[in-house]
Design a protein around this ligand. Structure first.
Ligand SMILES: [Zn+2]
Length: 166
């Protein structure tokens, strides 16, 4: 017996479990190393691909782009991005058994400008520290929710050059 109603109830329950991170079963098929989370910024789409290629990760990562990248996980300004960030980590674990989350923020980020307003730091070491503060908050939450996942947090310049932050 598998009526349409039962099927819908099952799908609904599955979606709910995914959204609160309850599903920890094995991946359903092929596995990849990581989930990559980048900003949406059009200037760095090609640089993000080059970055992952240069880390020998070609076609070995899932990817989601959310404005602000790390900021999307925790900023009160972007509540639906908060949910999407954490939902996609749970989904990537379920589908592809990821072992790591790689978050790539970038300098001159419009989402950071929106979120921090007059407190936005748009240059040099101060900008790096602002990203580091957000990244540290995200990493702490990630360790709590998914202690089995490793993480890397990077900051990309508008020229595509990237430095590891934490
Ligand atoms: Zn951005």
């Amino acid at each position: 017996m598998c009526s349409e109603t039962n099927r819908r109830q099952l799908l609904g329950a599955l979606g709910g479990a995914l959204s609160v991170g309850l599903i920890t079963t094995q991946a359903e098929g092929a596995t990849v190393t990581a989930l990559a989370i980048t900003c949406i910024d059009y200037r760095l789409v090609d640089d993000a691909v080059k970055f992952f290629d240069s880390h020998k990760m070609t076609n070995d990562y899932d990817q989601v782009s959310l404005a602000g990248a790390a900021l999307a996980a925790v900023s009160a300004k972007f509540p639906s991005s908060n949910a999407a960030f954490w939902d996609h980590i749970a989904i990537a674990k379920q589908l592809h058994a990821i072992k790591k989350v790689i978050v790539v923020d970038h300098r001159d980020c419009g989402a950071y400008k929106v979120a921090f307003g007059k407190d936005y730091h748009g240059d040099g070491a101060a900008e790096l520290q602002q990203h580091k503060g957000v990244m540290t908050e995200v990493q702490t939450k990630l360790k709590k929710l998914h202690p089995d996942l490793a993480s890397e947090f990077w900051l990309m310049g508008v020229d595509g050059r990237t430095e590891r932050v934490i």
